[in-house]
Design a binder for this molecule. Structure first.
Ligand code: ADP
Length: 385
């Protein structure tokens, strides 16, 4: 669809507070024109608030919001040139699909002659042309959400805001819609998309970059690949994919660490000698047998996951996860098992952000202490789980 003015979004130190409680704390973030940025984080971390600040539904206590070069902080929502889709399709039940899609155009006083064409274009874009005369109640949830997306796109926005758009759909529909959204993005290369989700699979699948939010703050922002390979914080490491997070003490030699008396070597990340740090290594990068970094412990749990086995091994009071592909002879529970990982597959992270007992979502941090039973990985464990 042509006509969308490429603009991009910029948050400049945006702070939002409700009754004196800061729920978005000095957010600095730029979404480039044509980029898909996922805002990923647990419930209550401020994602929707950030999106609503762009839409104009909440007013920042301080800071500015820009769309392209325009400072829109003081503009009402309908003058910002954005499209928005929320979790609950929010279609008007008494209007047919084509009337729903035309709604924003009429509100903007688009010429009548132009409306029919724009509605047809938008419906075609989401594959709903055949349903123009239906009422929302005659559509499935997925179809309703497509219509909501068509309605948002009909005004040809430079910026599309999506707030958990798939969370009301069942798992099968969700994966279909994910593919649809990816296709839509390819067809609308100039539209910037800000995508709020707590689901890492959606973020990893769709986003060019992911902004990781926690406790009203931006924690990290990078491509999905970089966040996964080289997280900068313990929170990101546990929220984006599964991670083994081992408490270590940095040694004198760069990259040398001590894990409960075992010397280990890490290639990436830095820590001052003698300082506490966290060693992060992904389960699929931990192998069976001896190697450059060896850990030995008792097999506490084994789970078959189709293409891999996940081994949970208790070592030095910590439970280490290893995803092993080839397992000729499965070890028995209680057996002594040796694991290894390569220095280049581990990252050293700063210790002790102190999460104050925060409860991470299921699958976000299943590198539990040895005393806690392993959390069964959820589907949110994602393509890397
Ligand atoms: P997320 O989208 O990450 O789940 P939100 O941005 O919706 O988080 O909410 C962030 C915090 O702000 C939460 O603690 C929430 O309870 C609070 N909050 C959101 N909207 C309001 C409101 N209208 N009034 C008061 N508090 C709110």
């Amino acid at each position: 669809m042509s006509g969308a003015a490429a603009s991009g979004i910029r948050f400049d130190e945006v702070t939002v507070a409700y009754d004196g409680n800061v729920v978005l704390d000095r957010l600095d973030l730029t979404v480039e024109p044509g980029e898909v940025m996922a805002l990923l984080g647990p419930s209550g971390s401020g994602k929707t608030t950030a999106l609503r600040a762009v839409a104009g539904f909440v007013r920042p206590a301080s800071g500015r919001v820009y769309l392209g070069d325009r400072d829109v902080t003081d503009l009402p929502p309908h003058r910002r040139g954005i499209g928005m889709v929320v979790q609950q399709y929010a279609l008007f039940p008494h209007m047919r699909v084509r009337e729903n899609v035309a709604f924003g155009l009429k509100a903007r006083k688009t010429a009548r002659a132009e409306i029919a064409g724009r509605v047809a274009d938008a419906l075609e874009l989401v594959g709903m042309s055949a349903y123009a005369d239906r009422h929302p109640r005659e559509l499935s949830g997925g179809q309703q959400q497509r219509v909501a997306i068509a309605r948002a796109l009909a005004v040809r926005p430079g910026v599309l805001l999506l707030d958990e758009p798939l969370s009301a759909l069942d798992a099968r529909l969700r994966s279909g819609m994910l593919a649809e959204l990816a296709r839509l993005h390819r067809e609308l290369p100039d539209v910037s998309i800000l995508y709020v989700t707590h689901d890492q699979v959606e973020a990893l699948t769709l986003a060019d970059r992911i902004a990781v939010m926690d406790s009203a703050r931006l924690q990290d922002c990078d491509t999905p690949q970089e966040l996964y390979r080289r997280p900068r914080t313990e929170f990101t490491a546990s929220f984006v994919g599964n991670a083994n997070l081992l408490p270590v003490t940095a040694g004198k030699r760069p990259g040398s660490v001590d894990f409960a008396g075992h010397p280990l070597t890490v290639d990436a990340g830095e820590a001052v000698a003698g300082a506490a740090a966290i060693l992060c290594v992904r389960p699929h990068l931990v192998g069976l047998g001896a190697g450059p970094n060896t850990l030995t412990g008792k097999l506490a749990e084994i789970q078959w996951r189709g293409s891999t086995h996940r081994l949970y091994v208790d070592t030095a009071g910590h439970r280490v996860m290893a995803d092993v592909r080839e397992l000729r002879e499965a070890p028995a529970l209680g057996d002594t098992v040796t694991l290894h990982f390569a220095p280049e597959d581990a990252v050293l992270l700063p210790a002790g952000a102190g999460d104050g007992g925060r409860v991470l979502p299921e699958g976000a941090a299943d590198a539990g202490r040895a005393t806690t039973p392993p959390v069964l990985a959820s589907s949110a464990g994602g393509p890397h789980a």
